[in-house]
Design a protein around this ligand. Structure first.
Ligand SMILES: Nc1ncnc2c1ncn2[C@@H]1O[C@H](COP(=O)(O)OP(=O)(O)OP(=O)(O)O)[C@@H](O)[C@H]1O
Length: 293
């Protein structure tokens, strides 16, 4: 069975309201194959409602849990292009807002400002996706405080231009708490978002995601990979292995490889060898030995 999420009437209405802001008429009410899937319907519903009401959305979940997929799905539901920022310690105001450059026109040099993702998304009324927001240096992001609160505006420090966001502008950020290199998100910044947890999917929903996103078509193997994932999640909950061991991204890699490699070798390459801790690796190898021939 394909798990398509039929959006509740209230959500369809709010999308319809919001749609009046756009020219486009093309968007899907069914989130089907290839889109974000979850047995917890509230994840998609709450995200849509929050964005529709002009709230900033913070997706919180471990690596490979579908945060980017959910953002892409929201972008297609709203028929709204998305501008992305990948945060790192090197992220600076220029990477967010844009930079000045010298350009030549009719033999004359002039200084031109190339708009960055924040200003483009604000002016065009697009979505802004801020990935790994807790990887940025704490002093960099406060520049966005005015963009993220009721003011929805910023004074571009490079040009002096005051930019007021178009009404349909929306912000989605993603955070992977506890991951190496992350810093706790500044309270004032966190306070400007509504938070939606994005956990790893399990069971039939996971089976459908494997079927639609992996090249693996062998039903029995797919079933066993779903069991593997469920066992890994138990180990994560018991603190035996780190959260990323149960990443859906890694699982999909292993499923793909299992089309051509024996399953245990596919798991070694796709899941085990991505980890550092020898005890963790041995624990997962052990589970794989018991499940796969
Ligand atoms: N619930 C889900 N529905 C559909 N696809 C999913 C889901 N969870 C994970 N995936 C798939 O797993 C892979 C990883 O997902 P994605 O890149 O969205 O994770 P992420 O949470 O953004 O990871 P990271 O924190 O490392 O950036 C993608 O191929 C995505 O399609």
């Amino acid at each position: 069975m394909n798990h398509e999420t039929v959006l509740p009437q209230s959500v369809i209405e709010i999308i319809n309201e919001r749609k009046n802001l756009f020219n486009s008429t093309e968007y899907g009410f069914l989130i089907g194959e290839g889109g974000y899937s979850s047995s917890e319907g509230h994840i998609i519903e709450d995200s849509i409602i929050s964005l529709s009401m002009g709230k900033n959305l913070l997706l919180k979940g471990p690596t490979g849990s579908g945060k980017t997929k959910l953002s892409d799905t929201l972008s297609s539901i709203f028929s709204q292009p998305m501008h992305s920022i990948n945060c790192s310690v090197d992220l600076d105001a220029e990477a967010l807002l844009g930079y000045k450059t010298i350009s030549e026109k009719n033999g004359k040099n002039s200084i031109e400002f190339i708009e960055g993702p924040v200003i483009q998304a604000m002016k065009k009324g697009h979505l802004l996706y801020i990935d790994e927001i807790n990887m940025a240096k704490p002093e960099t992001l406060p520049i966005l405080n005015g963009v993220l609160d009721y003011r929805r505006s910023i004074t571009n420090p490079f040009t002096g231009e005051v930019i007021k966001a178009a009404p349909e502008f929306g912000v989605i950020a993603a955070i992977n708490e506890g991951y190496v290199g992350t810093v706790p998100l500044n309270e004032a910044l966190k306070n400007r978002f509504v938070v939606v947890d994005v956990p790893y999917i399990e069971g039939d929903v996971l089976k459908d995601v494997i079927k639609s996103q992996s090249q693996l078509k062998n039903e029995k193997l797919i079933h066993t990979f779903v069991e593997l994932s469920s066992d890994l999640l138990v180990q994560v909950k018991n603190g035996q292995v780190s959260e990323e061991a149960a990443s859906i991204r890694a699982l999909l890699d292993a499923c793909d490889l299992a089309v051509y490699l024996p399953a245990k070798r596919a798991i070694q390459r796709g899941i085990i060898d991505k980890l550092e801790d020898e005890r963790e690796k041995a624990a997962i190898k052990n589970i794989a030995e018991t499940l796969f021939e």
